[in-house]
Design a protein around this ligand. Structure first.
Ligand code: SF4
Ligand code: SF4
Length: 555
């Protein structure tokens, strides 16, 4: 079957923002030099925050685990180079709120020394036990590199009876400035394909479809060349029309297979898993080369940089160092955005580090990110609804989010919103619709956290009350049993008790002794006159002998 013969479906809505991919694809991927410092946040993923395993002053090897993943939905952090831990403290991290979070800061020693930290490569990986491979992905701290940063080992272990028949590999990369996946597919297609084969083996899927937007013809050709055709061994490479947001997981599944992931559902509900091409590459490196996730490809682009291109960057590299590597800012640089213009967020400074989910730095000019005009009242034109790829009613969501009616906003499936920004993009009243949805989601999560905390406190209180009641009850029962036993015990029982009997006998002996006190035993009573005379004679002899001995002793 050829790629042209692959049937495609459509999702509702979508938009066609102006494309700017060519500016960062003129040069091959460049390896970014060692930065002055690496700053590694303890949380670079969706899920539980990591716990640090090092402290200031420790020396670390490249690839060493420096923060462990405490739970199932979490991903360990590894040192991206060798050096000395300078500090473990709160530092600004990439986040729309500009917040700070705990980070491990390493001063590189320049040696890039691995020591024993490289994981042993699994050579015959397509015959290896899937559990071993899944554990390797977990050990390597791999998360989804398309931007979502969800721990990949969890996605490789869907706990459901639903079998997975197809893996979708996401090479759509629909944001108009980002090209890191495009360049990866062009330069390292064979390794990405091997990563895909590992994923298929782990989830036991017989088929895979790779979706690539048709604005990346080179990547498509390179993939076909690496595969040996566009449809080989159950793996099919398919070009999909360029339409934002085809790179959304649910949208790409719909386009490639026609299957609809249900509202609030996951791809597994329709027998699929979807991974980004960058994630497949990271999985290949972890399994075949024993390398944990310590670097990634980042697009540095926009009219605000001198030399837009893609870099392979050590995680923890400060954003400013990366901009310097791209020749620095141009005088027109106006705003720095992490991610693309549709879904990214503005950074307040360039000291924050590159993390696992960083796919792009857009140093934009005023023309590239014009200031949004003041919002006008909604004119109920319905343009947002027509543009929404998730089949939502953005206008209604906006009203309810604005009114803080969080029950209603959930009734209208707020959590199906992928925050693609299509609705804001088309809104003639310039209403920042996505910001309202993000606000509503944050508030709902916060309320949920509070509710869970209150529930836990109530359960703890009830448990304590129950324990106190039980102890009181047990004490009372014990006392009652003792009393009952004493009341029942016959007097004879005391006599039969050997201990008590011995005490009683001793008491009686004392009593008898007291009764005979003053009566001296005499063996000289009732003597005959002859016996008395003999005793007197003996007494006299003894007295004489005593006197003699005394007088000799005195001499
Ligand atoms: S696009 Fe804007 S103005 Fe039109 S209905 Fe939606 S929110 Fe209202
Ligand atoms: S941001 Fe949400 S509501 Fe708006 S178009 Fe995208 S999915 Fe629909």
């Amino acid at each position: 079957m050829t790629a042209q013969a692959h049937k495609l479906w459509h999702f509702n809505g979508g938009v066609h923002p102006e494309q700017h991919k060519d500016v960062s694809t003129r040069e091959p991927i460049e390896f970014m030099r060692l930065p002055r410092l690496v700053v590694l946040p303890l949380s670079q993923h969706i899920g539980e925050h990591c716990e640090p395993l090092v402290k200031a002053g420790d020396n670390v090897n490249k690839g060493q685990v420096i923060a462990r993943a405490p739970g199932y939905v979490s991903a360990a952090v590894h040192a991206s180079t060798s050096g000395r831990v300078v500090t473990v403290e709160e530092r600004p991290v990439p986040h729309p709120s500009g917040m700070s979070a705990p980070c491990i800061v390493i001063e590189p020693d320049g040696r890039e020394y691995w020591g024993e930290s490289r994981l042993p490569p699994i050579e015959d990986y397509l015959n290896a036990d899937p559990v071993t491979l899944r554990n390797r992905v977990r050990e390597a701290g791999i998360v989804g590199l398309g931007g979502a940063a969800f721990p990949s080992a969890v996605k490789l272990n869907p706990r459901t009876e639903q079998p997975i028949d197809t893996v979708i590999l996401n090479g759509a990369e629909c944001e108009p400035y980002i090209t890191c996946d495009d360049m990866l597919m062009r330069e390292r297609a064979a390794q990405v394909l091997d990563g895909l084969r590992i994923i298929m083996h782990v989830v036991k899927a017989g088929e895979a479809v790779i979706g690539i937007e048709d604005n990346k013809p080179e990547a498509y050709q390179d993939f076909c060349a690496a595969l040996g055709g566009s449809d080989v061994d159950g793996i099919r490479v398919v070009q999909v029309p360029t339409l934002y947001p085809t790179g959304g997981e649910k949208q790409l599944i719909k386009v490639l297979t026609g299957r609809e992931v249900p509202s609030q559902g996951l791809p597994i509900d329709v027998g699929m898993v979807c991974h980004n091409v960058g994630t497949a590459y990271a999985i290949y490196r972890a399994v075949a080369e024993g390398e944990p996730l310590i670097s990634r490809i980042v697009t540095v682009t926009g009219g605000g940089t001198q030399n837009p291109r893609n870099f392979e960057v050590l995680l923890g590299t400060p954003v400013g160092d990366l901009i310097d590597a791209a020749g620095g800012y141009t005088p027109e640089a106006h705003r720095l955005v992490m991610g693309g213009p549709m879904m990214g967020f503005a950074l307040s400074d360039d000291e924050v580090p590159v993390i696992k989910g960083t796919n792009c730095l857009l140093a934009a000019t005023r023309e590239e990110t014009p200031a949004t005009p003041p919002a006008l009242p909604c004119i109920r034109c319905g343009a947002c609804m027509r543009a929404c790829p998730a089949n939502l009613l953005p206008q209604q969501l906006y009203w309810f989010a604005r009114a803080r009616d969080f029950d209603k906003v959930q009734d209208y499936n707020l959590f199906d919103c992928i925050e693609c920004g299509c609705c804001s993009y088309v809104c003639p009243s310039h209403i920042p619709l996505v910001q309202y949805y993000r606000f509503a989601k944050t508030e709902i999560w916060e309320l949920e956290r509070e509710r869970r905390k209150a529930d836990q406190a109530r359960i703890r209180h009830e448990f304590r009350q129950e324990r106190l009641e039980r102890e009181k009850r047990e004490k009372a029962e014990k006392l009652a049993r003792k009393k009952a036993a004493l009341a029942k015990k016959p007097e004879k029982a005391d006599a039969e008790d050997p201990k008590k009997a011995a005490i009683q006998a001793a008491l009686e002996r004392v009593k008898a002794k007291k009764a005979t006190a003053g009566v001296e035993p005499k063996n000289t009573s009732d003597l005959t006159p002859e016996q008395a005379a003999q005793i007197e004679a003996a007494e006299a002899r003894r007295a004489h002998a005593r006197e003699k001995a005394d007088s000799e002793g005195n001499d």
